[in-house]
Each structure stands twice: as C-alpha cells, then as structure tokens.
Design a protein around this ligand. Structure first.
Ligand code: SAM
Length: 277
C-alpha cells in the first residue's frame, strides 16, 4: 500500500478502517481539492441545513462543515463509517440509513435543505429518480455519479443518451453537468470516470401532476426505444393517435427519444385517461 492510500484508509484517531466494501460502492475520494470543488458547487450559507448521502470516511463532510452551515446531517448505510464520522468531524449528525429506502417526500418538511453526495455507482440512478420526484422543496443538490450517468442525466432529447432517467428527472428538476472527475482521485480506484451534476427542483406548476402516469409511459416507451410511437402505443390507443400527436407537436412515427419532457408529460396525461376510461 502506498503512503497516500495508507493515510486515506486511517481515521482521525489513527485506527485503520475496514477495507472498502464493493457492495456499498465504496470508492473514497482522497483529493482534497476535488472535494472542495464539489462542495463549493452547493453554495452553502450559514442559514443552510445540508444533508450528505453516503459520507463514508468524511472526504466531503469536512468541507461542508468548514462552510459553516446551520446543520449537517449525514445518511450512511455502513455501520462502522456512520459511527466513526462524528469522531473525525465534530458537528455532523450521522444517521444509519439506507438512502434507497427513504421517502424523499419527507424532505419537504425542511424547505430549502441542500443535498450532496458522492453517490455509490450502483444506486445513483434509482436514488436520483426518487429524490427528484419525491421532493419539490429542496434548495439544490450536488451529486457525483458515474460519468456515463451524468451524461445521460443531462442529455438533450434526440440522442442515444436521452432516456427514461433523463426525461423523468428533467420533468421534476433542472440538471446541470458541472465537471468530470478522473478515477485517480479515489481509493480504491474505479474503472470509469465520474462527473458532478447539480440539481434544482422545478417549481410546483412545472412538475407533472400525475407522476405515476409519466413513469408508466416512460418505462414502456424507452424499453422499445427503436420503435415508433404508434407501434408502441397501439395496445392502448387504437384511434385518434395522429390527431393527439399533432396537438402535442409530435408525429406518430416519431421514436420516443425525440420527445421533450413536457411532451412526454402531456402524452402521459392523455394516455392515462384512455387507460382508465
Ligand atoms: N463521501 C465519501 C467520499 O466521497 O469519499 C464516500 C463516497 S462512496 C462512493 C459512497 C458512500 O455511500 C459509502 O460510504 C457507502 O457506504 C455509502 N452508501 C452505499 N450505499 C448506501 C445507501 N444505500 N444509503 C446510504 N449510504 C450508502
């Protein structure tokens, strides 16, 4: 083990940490400059409550606390890491929690709360799916994810990268690709690049009224993304599809990937009335 990685695997009290767990996506950030750059994107003020998802050994936590928020909560699934976090970083409030099992609607009891996390690769997509749809009132989120996922999250309609995750998250939030992060700044090193994305919820009037209908449509459309709308929707919509498409500014022969998030939301509403009538 190099001197740098030996230091990275020790806590503030000098006791060695357990080896990183692959099952929990534990690739720990060891570059303080990158950590500071990520935290700076959140724009923490003294009035903010910050929730960190997956604090691990505290690479981001120290920078969050240094920015002086009103409170810093940290949700960690690993029992050892949750217990050791406040020893190394006084002032943080850790909770032993599986972030995937949280009801993110509860976050709206803390309007303006800011979210941050170097997310485990294996849960980043379902987690961001849930957070964006669940909470309308968080102030801002800054997340590090696998680079490929960041590109998908921020993709415009019309390309291969645009899919159900893109359209879903974009319906509820504005997403911004911030910067790329190489594997060399982690221990253990992942095999792929990472990237940071910033997320801001859309105001209530822009969010889909019926998320369940949108989710239903996106899953159907993008599981058959090479097919045309008319073919995919045929089992649910036999007559009047061309006219409905026309009103939405789309064509029945279009492929799902060319539809914008507002068009998909509008289509999901129309389709819901047909499925339920
Ligand atoms: N923030 C640290 C850093 O940047 O070095 C750790 C990042 S590491 C990529 C992901 C962290 O998320 C690990 O500490 C892991 O234990 C934790 N984690 C994994 N799955 C989780 C879950 N479902 N809920 C909460 N934390 C989780």
């Amino acid at each position: 083990m190099s001197r740098q990685s030996a230091q990275a695997s020790r806590g503030a009290v000098g006791e060695a940490y357990a080896p990183a767990k692959r099952s929990l996506g534990q690739n720990f950030l060891i570059d303080a400059n990158v950590a500071a750059k990520i935290v700076a994107r959140l724009g923490i003020t003294e009035a903010d409550t910050v929730i960190e998802i997956g604090p691990g050994r505290g690479a981001l936590t120290g920078h969050i606390l240094a920015a002086g928020p009103r409170a810093c909560l940290a949700l960690e699934k690993d029992r050892e890491l949750a217990a050791r976090l406040p020893v190394a970083h006084a002032g943080v409030h850790p909770a032993l929690v599986d972030a995937l099992r949280l009801d993110w609607r509860r976050l709206d009891r803390l309007p303006g709360v800011k979210l941050i996390g170097n997310l485990p690769y294996n849960i980043a997509s379902p987690l961001l799916w849930d957070i964006c749809a669940g909470s309308a009132l968080f102030g801002r989120g800054v997340f590090m994810v696998q680079h490929e996922v960041a590109v998908r999250l921020c993709a415009p309609p019309g390309g291969r990268q645009y899919g159900a995750l893109t359209a879903w998250t974009a319906a509820f939030a504005r997403l911004e690709y911030c910067f790329k992060v190489p594997p060399t700044v982690f221990r253990p090193q992942p095999k792929v690049d990472s990237a940071v994305v910033a997320v801001t919820p859309r105001p209530a009037e822009e969010r889909p009224e019926d998320p369940e209908a949108l989710s239903w449509l996106l899953k159907r459309l993008f599981s058959l993304r090479r097919k045309q709308l008319a073919g995919i929707l045929k089992p649910y919509w036999q007559d009047g599809l061309p006219e409905a498409c026309d009103a939405l500014g789309i064509g029945p022969r279009d492929r799902p990937e060319v539809l914008s998030p507002p068009q998909l939301t509008a289509l999901s509403k129309l389709l819901k009335t047909r499925r339920t009538s």
